[in-house]
Design a protein. Sequence first.
Length: 310
Amino acid sequence: MKFAYYPGCSAHGSSADYEMSTQAVCKALGILLEDIPDWNCCGSTPAHAVDTELSAALCARNLDIAARQNAQCLLTPCPSCLSNLRLASRRMENPEFRQRVDELLDGPSAAAFPQVMSVMQGMAQHLDIPAITQRVRISLKGLRLAAYYGCLMSRPHEVMDFGDPENPTLMESLLSACGAEMVDFPLKTACCGASFGIPERPMTARNSGRILELASRLGVDAVVVACPLCQMNLDLRQKQAAKETGSAFHLPVLYYTQVMGLAFDLPWEKLGLNKLCVSADPLIAKLKDLRRADAVTQTAKNRAGEGGRS
């Protein structure tokens, strides 16, 4: 399956590990991601707060490129990019708004834009759960994971179309298909502080600390995310979160694609695990121990069966 792909700016910088693991996992699932040519920044968080039309123009240019490539669907890994692209597409349905944006683009944009989905949605819509399970080489059975979506992936509901805005479950479905035990995580859509990590560091530390504190109390092996900003706040800022909450944290925070990559037994260097601030080594060691124990148990059962037959 071939899809037009919008990686977003962070894919080539702060979330290079997300990009690496996304490409690796999609390739393993037979999903080909083809970058739209000459794409530009979607405006991320600040653009729409400064000027709605300029922000929409940034996104409309990308959507126009995809449309002229005859793309039926445009996938992106980042919730912020997804939100901006979808909002722009929706706003361009207004003829007056479209006219003003087209003036900024120095020409008329395509009459219709392709559907925009997250990579996660693309996986789920074009592959059923058995197809994902079939690709698993190392079951994640025995790992306890908390799926954390952040505040943007499912909101606003009418734009993002990502299931229940307060209780999305797509990530749980994908990781359960890989064998993981997904805990009920009430803060899965709470805000981590997003882009306020620099101007409002204490607030971000408190928000992130609250999420990490609950995950720690639930005894999970890792928090699993789908957003570069969420990953940065929960992983990079654990010491700041600890200072604000009075708790100590050493909890791995992985992208869901990195976790799926482990289940698919993909090379670690293709998953970017070395880029995590809090090492995933304990989680990987536990996974190895679990599968080693399974192998010993299975060998014992086989021998017992052979003894019974003799």
